[in-house]
Design a protein around this ligand. Structure first.
Ligand code: UFG
Length: 341
């Protein structure tokens, strides 16, 4: 297939581009580089051993999308592009609704216009909201606790509604748990701008000496050791899930499919610290602070549907995730370079 990957220069997008190419697909990337560095592209080409066509524009530009879909004869879209910082979304809700929902609407209009009916969407376990029982199954009700989360809930609904309008639509909603890790080469990985919001990049920056200590948000949850429990999934396993989902929706007649992508195993913050120390040989100094607003005690997937239907299962362990994060962070301590690589 010829696959358009929106947000293909981003963290999960870039890993997925490589796996789509490896699976024999042709890939075209669209990314506005609002949260990605242009140097990613050269590294993707180096790893892929072939040119990766990239178009730098915002999805809101529907005219450009129409032209791109038509000229490139696109068969399917994997849609990652969107803003994803929870705290920022609380401060700037309109930016989040405009960018994430506006971008998706523009994309779906162009797809319908150009008769492109297959879309794999980057959703999140955040759609299970605050009070979901674990392990989380796909049929739980959806809700959210912040504007970022609501954009995921709303975009899922928009996709379900649009899928009704033409029987050719095939939609995959992929609900990611906590993606971490990096490509085994250490050449691409997660490069958050500013202070990392998420645990793994923060731990990695402490390990490499960019930050003094980790703050552990709460040790009084009802969990194995009192710290928050999450289902960390290696970004390479996650990327493989996209390739399988795309194949599946191309071969089956179900209009909308929802799959959790997680390992089914939860790890606490202290367990992550321990695994990272083991993988890196570095000590991670940390301090316990009060809980972070909006955090839940435990989140992990029931990944049975993806395994049953897609034949997909996350293979990599927490230590693999830490080792690959460390390879990336220690060889790129400041992330991607700004200018020439
Ligand atoms: N944590 C710390 N210190 C930090 C960062 C995180 O102790 O500096 C803890 C959190 O309290 C939580 C765990 O580490 O217990 C994981 O936190 P992350 O921020 O890495 O991940 P979240 O599960 O909070 O966030 C993820 C996705 C979001 C999504 C959210 C919804 O990254 O996109 O799940 O639950 F919105």
């Amino acid at each position: 297939m010829r696959v358009l990957v929106t947000g293909g220069a981003g963290y999960i997008g870039s890993h997925t581009v490589l796996q789509l190419l490896r699976a024999g697909h042709e890939v075209v990337v669209v990314d506005d580089f609002s949260n990605a560095k242009p140097t990613v592209v050269g590294r993707l080409e180096e790893l892929a051993g072939q040119p990766v066509p990239v178009h730098a524009f915002d999805l809101a530009d529907g005219d450009k999308l129409d032209v791109l879909l038509a000229q490139e004869r696109i068969d399917a879209v994997v849609h990652f592009a969107g803003s994803k910082a929870v705290g920022e979304s609380v401060a700037k809700p309109l930016d989040y609704y405009a960018n994430n929902i506006g971008g998706t609407i523009s994309l779906l209009r162009a797809m319908a216009q150009q008769r492109v009916w297959r879309i794999v969407f980057s959703s999140s376990a955040t759609v299970y909201g605050e009070h979901a029982p674990v392990p989380m199954t796909e049929d739980l009700p959806t809700s959210a606790t912040n504007p970022y989360g609501w954009t995921k809930v709303m975009i899922e609904q928009i996709l379900r509604d649009v899928a009704v309008t033409d029987e050719r639509w095939r939609v995959a909603l992929l609900r990611y748990f906590n993606p971490v890790g990096a490509h085994g080469s250490g050449r691409i990985g997660e490069d958050p701008s500013g202070i990392p919001n998420n645990l793994m990049p923060y731990v990695a920056q402490v390990a490499v000496g960019r930050r003094e200590e980790l703050t552990v948000f709460g040790d009084d949850y009802d969990t194995v050791d009192g710290t928050g429990v999450r289902d960390y999934i290696h970004v390479e396993d996650l990327a493989a899930g996209h390739v399988e989902a795309l194949q599946w929706i191309s071969e089956h007649d179900r209009a909308v499919s929802t799959w959790n992508l997680g390992t089914g195993r939860g790890s606490s913050v202290l367990q992550v610290i321990g695994a990272f120390e083991q993988a890196s040989g570095r000590t991670i100094p940390y301090r316990v602070a009060p809980r972070r607003a909006g955090d839940i005690a435990a989140s992990y997937a029931d990944p049975a549907r993806a395994e049953r239907e897609l034949g997909w299962r996350a293979e990599r362990t927490l230590v693999d995730m830490c080792a690959d994060t460390w390879r990336w962070q220690s060889t790129n301590p400041e992330g991607y370079p700004d200018g020439q690589d």
